[in-house]
Design a protein around this ligand. Structure first.
Ligand SMILES: *Cc1c(COP(=O)(O)O)cnc(C)c1O
Length: 229
């Protein structure tokens, strides 16, 4: 079942789009099963849970088959230190303050951590994420250029939780416009720029997200079923 869904999804992915298997609230054995089916990229959204699984699965990855952990949820500043030594990409960076802490912990760990700016484009009220205008103003400030422990790698967004596909497409489109404008203004002249990820799309809306330029889809329920705890 897990293997089947992974194959079904990955076969449908255009070039340049990667699947993040969202394993939150599923046991480490489910990750083992997905790994055996060829999945290498996993997303978690709670610091304690990813810590536990990272330890439980220490035997799983090898040099030839590395496992890549992404943090996709809201990350509290005081939790960054627990994941800084191994996290490959933090999707939901929602404040300059969090970015500064990631920078600090990355430098301490002797690493560069890739980060995405979380955009608020959905209809629902939330205290998390930059509006596209706020994110652009942050990039304009240039503050991020001083942070040598982080690499701004793109943007992440969630669409409105609705059945209205026009609304979902509209939300993803706004994220895409931000991403393309930001790339053009701040990163296009830098050949080494890694500002090339647009993380959008979940179990119910990933087809639309891919139409709108997503490079990372984050899928939990469709692969692993209903969350277990
Ligand atoms: C849980 C979660 C997902 C996966 O959602 P599904 O609907 O189970 O595919 C994707 N992105 C984020 C940020 C999440 O917290």
């Amino acid at each position: 079942m897990i293997a089947e869904e992974i194959h079904r999804i990955t076969e449908a992915l255009p070039d340049g789009v990667r699947l993040v298997a969202v394993s939150k609230f599923h046991p480490s054995d489910a990750i083992r099963e997905a790994f055996a089916a060829g999945q290498r990229l996993f997303g978690e959204s709670h610091a304690q849970e990813i810590q536990r699984k990272h330890a439980e699965l220490a035997d799983l990855a090898t040099a030839a088959t590395p496992l890549e952990w992404h943090f996709i949820g809201h990350l509290q500043t005081n939790k960054v230190k627990y994941i800084a030594s191994y996290i490959e990409l933090i999707h939901a960076v929602d404040s300059p303050h969090l970015l500064a802490e990631i920078n600090k912990q990355a430098l301490k760990a002797g690493r560069t951590i890739r980060c995405l700016l979380q955009l608020h484009v959905a209809e629902e009220e939330t205290k998390f994420g930059f509006t596209p205008d706020e994110a652009m103003a942050y990039l304009d400030s240039g503050a991020w250029q001083q942070l040598s422990g982080i690499q701004l790698a793109g943007a992440m967004a969630m669409a409105t939780n609705t059945d209205d596909t026009a609304r979902i497409r509209h939300d993803f489109h706004r994220a895409r416009q931000f991403f393309e404008q930001a790339h053009q203004r701040f990163f296009a002249s830098d050949p080494t720029s890694a500002f090339n990820e647009l993380s959008m799309g979940m179990s119910d809306d990933w087809h639309i997200a891919i139409d709108e330029g997503s490079t990372l889809i984050r899928i939990g329920t469709q692969i692993f079923g209903q969350r277990q705890y």
